[in-house]
Design a protein around this ligand. Structure first.
Ligand SMILES: *Cc1c(COP(=O)(O)O)cnc(C)c1O
Length: 219
């Protein structure tokens, strides 16, 4: 299959899963990491407008090189973000999926970064893993809500190797319900990747982050 076919195939599967779950179509964020800007341009021509990257250096260069007829697309930063990269990322990104800790929040506040943000959850049983623990979600969310430049839109999860996708999606859906008690507008859920996006849709994911299934393997 070529890019056009792989993309059409993923869209058809998203469509079928959303219908089956009786839910609106989620936003597809095509994760273009490890692929050249030409691939992003091809995806743009095929109608995609949301692109995900996980490393600032690569994303920053790609965002500068991207050449499209209009500025009607968005970059989503989905990887772990070092505080010293905030200044760079806020130049091109519209959405940050990985707000995972206090020190990053501080830096975003200091820089007055204008971003839509997801709080990245730690949904493993290991409290020391990256991400916000469910027990700390509400107090962390209250702090995010106090930063005027940030727009809190929901919660995000990255599959852990030791957690079944169903468990993870169930937990992120619960975290989302909890978040709504303090931030009723923040009703988005970023979950689901190439291997498990159909399950994520069934659990209410509103933003899918899909890479390799669409882009093919990188070299
Ligand atoms: C790479 C990446 C994805 C996409 O993963 P695929 O398995 O290639 O679909 C999603 N989310 C994050 C945070 C990633 O780094």
């Amino acid at each position: 299959m070529n890019l056009t076919q792989r993309l059409a195939d993923v869209h058809a599967r998203i469509d079928a899963s959303s219908k089956k779950a009786n839910l609106p179509q989620p936003t597809l964020v095509v994760v273009t990491k490890n692929h050249p800007v030409e691939l992003v341009e091809n995806l743009y021509e095929l109608g995609e407008r949301d692109f995900g990257e996980n490393k600032d250096q690569e994303a920053s260069a790609k965002s500068q090189a991207l050449n499209t007829p209009e500025d009607d697309y968005r970059w989503h930063f989905v990887g772990q973000l070092q505080s010293n990269k905030v200044r760079s990322v806020m130049q091109y990104a519209s959405v940050l999926h990985s707000l995972d800790r206090q020190s990053l929040l501080k830096e975003l506040a200091k820089r007055e970064a204008e971003l839509d943000v997801f709080i990245q959850m730690n949904l493993t049983d290991d409290e020391n893993r990256g991400g916000v623990n469910p027990g700390d979600l509400l107090s962390f969310a209250e702090q995010v809500l106090q930063i005027p430049s940030l727009n809190l839109i929901g919660v995000m999860a990255v599959g852990g190797l030791d957690v079944e996708p169903e468990k993870e999606f169930e937990r992120v859906a619960l975290a989302s319900q909890k978040l709504l008690t303090v931030a009723p507008e923040a009703n988005k859920i970023s979950a689901g990747m190439s291997a498990d996006f159909e399950k994520a849709i069934a659990y209410g994911a509103t933003h899918l982050r899909i890479g390799s299934l669409i882009t093919g393997n990188s070299h």
